[in-house]
Design a protein around this ligand. Structure first.
Ligand SMILES: C[S@@+](CC[C@H](N)C(=O)[O-])C[C@H]1O[C@@H](n2cnc3c(N)ncnc32)[C@H](O)[C@@H]1O
Length: 297
């Protein structure tokens, strides 16, 4: 049961960010995954946040990587020297391991694959295999399922762009180009298949002022958030996440959907918050919260 908060948890009292959410077509698309809950629309905020930190941050830590748009952008645009990203979902983790450590083999598979309902269904059944096989399977399912949803039970795209069904988001040349670009930065991208709370603890305990954190957890704090049907891994102790950030001095940017539970945590830890209006995958206008330690936006 929702306990009444001692703080004002109304959304209307939260100021609006001075930077708008952007149309994702206006920023470089760097991730080969079309990730549900992806943060491409947040890139102008990320640039403003990172470029305002002095001295320039050395390492960006992204504990809930998903499509890892923010880590990739930070490293490829020289906003940080390196990044460390973690992901707990073994399928998503296999994709990142394949992309970073076996790029040529993964690209070869992308260029050779012809997605049909049959070839995708056959791949879907083959969960085990090498890291490349598993990572490739993740990439194919992500780009052929409706909304890119990898959670168990998600269905294939039916009609898609120009009535092309499962092929409507399979662009082998574009995907290969993105994979090649990632491989060129692989020595600056550390990937760990592990719990985001653990990596947060490990990377922030030394209170190194040149480490910063971008946190985009599954939005499940209110028990009914969108994150519940989008990801296989959605259990998270949201209070613990807030408490860990509060215990460190590390500069961070964290996003959340708006719910009284989250606004309560923001107030409790005296974090800064702005809201930004963005369009979700269903083209609904929704508010997202941008939470920081110091005033940024
Ligand atoms: C909102 S998505 C991240 C999206 C990402 N920011 C992007 O732009 O694509 C959250 C991700 O956290 C992962 N996740 C959930 N619980 C986790 C945990 N305890 N540790 C690490 N990753 C976790 C989910 O599998 C999902 O990929």
């Amino acid at each position: 049961m929702l306990m009444p908060s001692e703080f004002d948890t109304s959304l209307e009292r939260i100021p609006i960010s001075s930077i708008p959410a952007v149309n994702v077509a206006t920023v470089p698309q760097r991730s080969p995954l079309r990730y549900p809950g992806g943060k491409t629309w947040l890139i102008p905020h990320v640039r403003a946040w990172l470029s305002g930190i002095n001295p320039k941050p050395e390492v960006l830590v992204e504990p809930f990587a998903g499509g890892a748009v923010v880590s990739l952008t930070a490293v490829m645009e020289g906003l940080t020297e390196r990044c460390v990203m973690s992901e707990i979902d073994p399928d998503v983790a296999a994709f990142w391991k394949a992309a970073l450590w076996h790029s040529d083999e993964l690209i070869g598979r992308v260029l050779a694959f012809v997605p049909t309902r049959e070839s995708v269904a056959e791949l879907d059944c083959r969960v085990s295999g090498t890291v490349v096989e598993r990572g490739f399977r993740t990439l194919v399912l992500n780009r052929t399922r409706r909304g890119g949803i990898l959670a168990n039970g998600a269905s294939l795209a039916r009609v898609g762009e120009a009535g092309k069904g499962v092929r409507s988001r399979w662009y082998p040349d574009t995907i290969s180009r993105r994979l090649k670009a990632i491989s060129e930065y692989a020595d600056r991208i550390e990937f760990r298949e592990t719990d985001g709370l653990g990596i947060l603890q490990e990377k922030t305990c030394a209170s190194d002022s040149r480490t910063v954190v971008f946190v985009d957890p599954p939005y499940t704090a209110a028990g009914k958030g969108a994150g519940k049907r989008l990801y296989n891994h959605k259990q998270l102790d949201h209070r613990e996440l807030f408490a860990r950030l509060a215990q460190t001095e590390t500069d961070f940017l964290m996003t959340y959907d708006q719910s009284p539970e989250i606004i309560d945590q923001i107030r409790r830890h005296c974090f800064q918050v702005k809201r930004v209006n963005m369009k979700n995958t269903h083209h609904d206008q929704i508010w997202e919260l941008l939470i920081t330690r110091r005033p940024v936006f």
